[in-house]
Structures are given as structure tokens and as C-alpha cells.
Design a protein around this ligand. Structure first.
Ligand code: ATP
Length: 219
């Protein structure tokens, strides 16, 4: 498996945030994307996934199958994406949420009950997701990575809200994924506890930040 971004420029509309970036990752490799608030880390992950168009450059994934068994043509065919939000229905139980994702994603991997055990949430399976604490919700979202197989994990601040013990649980899960031939790309402000190369995005100039511009207007 090979994930290649060549000359990738990431932007929000006409506002260029970072790049050109050259990224090449193979199985068992991890990349930690770091940088100040607003540097473009989330934007880079969403661009890699195909949710946002790159301002320039190319993206490719080679040597991996999509859930339907065909060769993956886009990274989204081969990737889990964990965003800032956990993408779970608050009124549904934790177990029902994960069962939904397992059906929706295809390529089932671990049983839902085992995945909940792996993140220390067996006791919370029958609770509505919305009843969980912020850290427990993040752990449940991490369990989504386990219930369906995707070789590439794109993670946006995966350890946000996690206590120290849960950060170790995350590190173990990520290390196991890498050892099994996976790739991990994670935006983070904190050490991830796994061996990873670092891609540091520099913060945009204040004048180029649309939010900063708005702040000027309303000051
Ligand atoms: N939906 C949007 N539309 C327009 N601009 C956006 C949008 N979302 C984010 N931006 C802008 O893009 C820039 C980069 O945001 P992004 O969320 O990628 O940063 P980040 O590095 O992930 O920050 P953080 O560390 O705070 O999560 C910021 O200036 C932000 O204001």
C-alpha cells in the first residue's frame, strides 16, 4: 500500500492554508500533523479524504482494496475518518450506534461487543450515547475504527478529551493497526504515543485568516 500526496496545496475557498506538501506513506507508517490552531490540520485531513478539493496537487492510493473488493481509487475508499465530532446519534445506545456504523461501512472486523471491550466501555453498551462523558464518547468513536476494516485511519485530534489511561488505550490500538499493515495520519496537539513522522503546518498570516478578518470588521 502506498499513499501519495504530491504538491498538495490545501485551502478553504481562495484562502490557501498550507502547501505545497509532499507526503508518502506506506503500510505500518504514521504521520502526526501538528501546528497551531487554524494552521490547516483539519483542512488537510478533509482534503485527503476528498471532502474538500485541493487548490493544487494530486492524491493517490495504491495497492489496497475498497470494501467491495475492487482496487481503491480514492483514499475515501480505504479510510476511516474520525473528525472532531463523533458522528454518533445521542439518543441511540452506544451499541446501536456502532452496529449502524458496522453495517454502513461494510468490511466488518471486530464484533461490536469486543470493540467496546477494547476501549473499556463494555458497561456502557446499553446507554444512550448522549449519556456518556466527553472522554467516553471519544472512546466509543474510537471503537468505530475497530468494527469495520479500513487500512488508513485519518484522525482529527483522536485523543482530545481522553484521560491518560485512555490515551494509552488509543496508542495501543493505533500501534496494533500499524503493525497489521495500516497507515495512520493524525492531527494532534499532543504526543500520540506511537512512532510517527511529524508534518508541522505553519500558522497562516493573521491577515489571511477569514475569521481574523471578520474580527477586524466587528472590532
Ligand atoms: N467551513 C469553513 N469555511 C471557511 N473557512 C474555514 C472553515 N473551517 C475552517 N476554516 C478556516 O480554515 C483555517 C484552518 O482551519 P482548520 O480547522 O483546518 O485548522 P486546524 O489546524 O485544524 O485548527 P485547530 O488546531 O484549531 O483544530 C482557519 O483559518 C479557519 O478559520
Amino acid at each position: 500500500m502506498r499513499l501519495i500526496a504530491a504538491g498538495l496545496v490545501v485551502a478553504r475557498g481562495t484562502n490557501v492554508l498550507a502547501g505545497p506538501l509532499d507526503i508518502e506513506l506506506r503500510e505500518t507508517q504514521a504521520l502526526a500533523v501538528t501546528g497551531a490552531n487554524g494552521a490547516g490540520k483539519s483542512t488537510l485531513l478533509r482534503t485527503l479524504l476528498g471532502l474538500l478539493p485541493p487548490a493544487a496537487g494530486t492524491l493517490s492510493i495504491e495497492g489496497v482494496a475498497a470494501p467491495d473488493g475492487e482496487p481503491a481509487r480514492h483514499l475515501s475508499d480505504a479510510a476511516h475518518y474520525l473528525g472532531h465530532r463523533n458522528a454518533m446519534k445521542p439518543a441511540e445506545t452506544v451499541e446501536a450506534n456502532l452496529r449502524f456504523w458496522q453495517r454502513f461501512l461494510g468490511a466488518p472486523a471486530m464484533e461490536v461487543g469486543d470493540a467496546l471491550g477494547a476501549v473499556g466501555l463494555s458497561h456502557a453498551a446499553a446507554l444512550p450515547f448522549g449519556f456518556l462523558s466527553a472522554g467516553q464518547q471519544r472512546r466509543a468513536a474510537l471503537a468505530r475504527l475497530l468494527v469495520a476494516h479500513r487500512p488508513v485511519w485519518l484522525l482529527d485530534e483522536p485523543t482530545a478529551a481522553l484521560d491518560v489511561a485512555s490515551q494509552t488505550v488509543f496508542a495501543d490500538l493505533a500501534a496494533r493497526h500499524l503493525a497489521g499493515g495500516g497507515i495512520v495520519i493524525a492531527a494532534t496537539h499532543a504526543p500520540l504515543g506511537i512512532a510517527a513522522r511529524e508534518l508541522r503546518l505553519e500558522p497562516p498570516a493573521a491577515a489571511a485568516d477569514p475569521v481574523a478578518d471578520l474580527a477586524d470588521v466587528w472590532a
